[in-house]
Ligand binder design. Structure first.
Ligand code: C2O
Ligand code: CU
Ligand code: CU
Length: 506
């Protein structure tokens, strides 16, 4: 794709990408007809990563039958892509040992989890081949779906791309009381794309073109839980789908082929105050959403596809940001044996107020590209800076509420992420009437081209160095990341229970 068209495409997809449905999207291409007959045999049954067994989490190169007839070289945690699903309860102490059997340094970061600096997987903590790192921290977060992935200096993008990522699911009593769909009706969906046209024997990762730099490394095929062309057999009932965008760069604009409504019940930091009904949901790299989808009105023998909608992406190879994709097909095959209902309300939480903020901070997001097409020198900056391991780019007093202004002055979308904290959106493009996707506790927020998103942030209880970065992993690994030092006395680190009290996350 040439650069002019690329600019055009991103501007379009950016403007069209607001979370509530806008006519531009509704009118855009609908490439998939709702299949009226079961497509028996077409596709691959959705796979699920095994639950973590409590043993060492080994990072290593291995092979996986991504396609039944092909062994693909992958790098994994615990031998599978995605890695084992870790399940913990709020208030527990989590302990794990990571062993690095890769030929290069690595470290695990627990994305979204509020942990001490030493446990956070800062790139300075990366360990070499055959070394290990011991993790131990109390679970302070609310029930929700978090995740883990590598964070070594300059190598996060390639390690994640090659297959290193897993789910980290927190449960608590407030969630349990809601009676949400569970068991076989509680389904994690890890959305990722990979570029497979040139090779299925490995996930080749080579940043070659200008677009690979500017847009990030986009794939030509979508995988759900590491499954190509996935489908899932469902019963005529209500399902809880837990969505993670684990792609390096691709944003998904999710809807069903029959445009059925569904309910968003949780975001990055767990359950919302109540379910929000939508029929389109954008999810950018690093973000999570949980949705309730109802198949009770579907006839047995029919299918519906979850897809990523066309948002003006156009054509090109790999399909650009905003191109249409099928994501996963649901085949309705039986009556439900257990019925679930959509709760009226979920879990209330403290809503931050802008007037309580004590200071404001700007994060100017920019991309600089110089030179000619095909020969660009591209840099990604926050406040004009590229990441330096030992430079601290600001201090944040512990427990003080701040307003952060993410100002995107570039033509690319940036999903901005902060470590060590869950924040709340104050406004998007000046609009405080938030779309459902911007509500609740967030640790990653999509900032569209030339848009400003303001968030309310308060670090507690841990002081120390934490990262703020773009979760487009090509942007991150090329330096779109800063160090911040949270200063002040640690509050309430005596016990997990005391910390939960003081955190006031409920
Ligand atoms: Cu998933 Cu530093 O992030
Ligand atoms: Cu993170
Ligand atoms: Cu970015």
């Amino acid at each position: 794709m040439n650069r002019r068209r690329f600019l055009h495409t991103l501007a379009l997809s950016g403007i069209a990408a607001t979370a509530s449905r806008v006519p531009a999207i509704a009118a855009a291409g609908k490439p998939f007809r709702t299949p009226s007959k079961l497509l028996a045999g077409a596709g691959t049954p959705l796979r699920f990563p095994a639950d973590w067994d409590g043993g060492p989490i080994v990072a290593a190169a291995t092979k996986q039958n991504v396609w039944p007839d092909t062994q693909t070289d992958v790098w994994t945690y615990g031998g599978s892509w995605p890695g084992p699903t870790i399940r913990v309860k709020r208030g527990d102490t989590f302990k794990a040992r990571m062993v690095n059997m890769l030929d290069e340094p690595t470290i695990i970061h627990w994305h979204g989890m509020i942990v001490p600096h030493e446990m956070d997987g800062h790139p300075s903590q990366a360990v070499g081949t055959k070394e290990s790192y011991n993790y131990s921290f109390p679970i302070l977060n609310r029930a929700g779906m978090y995740w883990y992935h590598p964070h070594p200096h300059h190598r996060t993008a390639i390690q994640a791309y090659r297959g290193m990522a897993g789910l980290f699911i927190v449960e608590d009593d407030a969630e349990k009381d809601l009676g949400l769909p569970d068991g076989g009706h509680d389904i994690p969906l890890v959305l990722q794309d990979r570029r497979i046209r040139d090779s299925r024997s490995e996930f080749r990762y080579e940043i070659v073109t200008d677009d690979d730099h500017i847009q990030g490394f986009l794939g030509d095929a979508v995988f759900v839980n590491g499954t190509p062309d996935p489908y899932l057999e469902v019963a005529k009932g209500l399902y809880r789908f837990r969505l993670l965008n684990g792609a390096n760069a691709r944003i998904f604009y999710l809807s069903f082929t029959d445009d059925r409504p569904f309910h968003i019940i949780a975001s990055d930091g767990g359950l919302l105050d109540k379910p929000y009904k939508v029929s389109l949901l954008s999810i950018s790299p690093g973000e999570r959403f949980e949705i309730l989808v109802d198949f009770s009105g579907d006839d047995i023998g029919t299918s519906v596809m979850l897809r990523s909608e066309e948002t003006g992406g156009g054509a090109g190879y790999p399909p650009p940001q905003g191109a249409a994709f099928p994501v996963i097909r649901f085949d309705v095959v039986k009556e439900a044996t257990k019925t679930f209902t959509i709760p009226q309300t979920l879990v209330p939480y403290e809503q931050y107020r802008a007037e309580d903020a004590v200071r404001e901070r700007d994060f100017i997001l920019s991309i600089k590209h110089e030179g000619s097409v095909g020969n660009l020198d591209v840099g990604h900056f926050i406040n004009g800076l590229e990441f330096e391991m030992d430079r601290v780019d600001g201090t944040i007093p512990i427990n003080e509420l701040e307003i952060w202004n993410f100002r995107n002055t570039s033509l690319a979308p940036h999903p901005m992420h902060a470590h060590g904290v869950q924040f709340q959106v104050l406004d998007r493009a000046g609009n405080t009437n938030l779309a459902a996707r911007d509500r609740g506790w967030k640790d990653t927020i999509l900032v569209l081209p030339y848009q400003t998103v303001r968030v309310l942030v308060r670090f507690n209880p841990y002081p120390g160095i934490y990262l703020v970065h773009c979760h487009n992993l090509e942007h991150e690994s090329h330096g779109m990341m800063l160090n911040f030092e949270v200063t002040g006395e640690p509050t309430g680190v005596e016990s997990a229970a005391a910390q939960i009290e003081k955190l006031d996350l409920k």
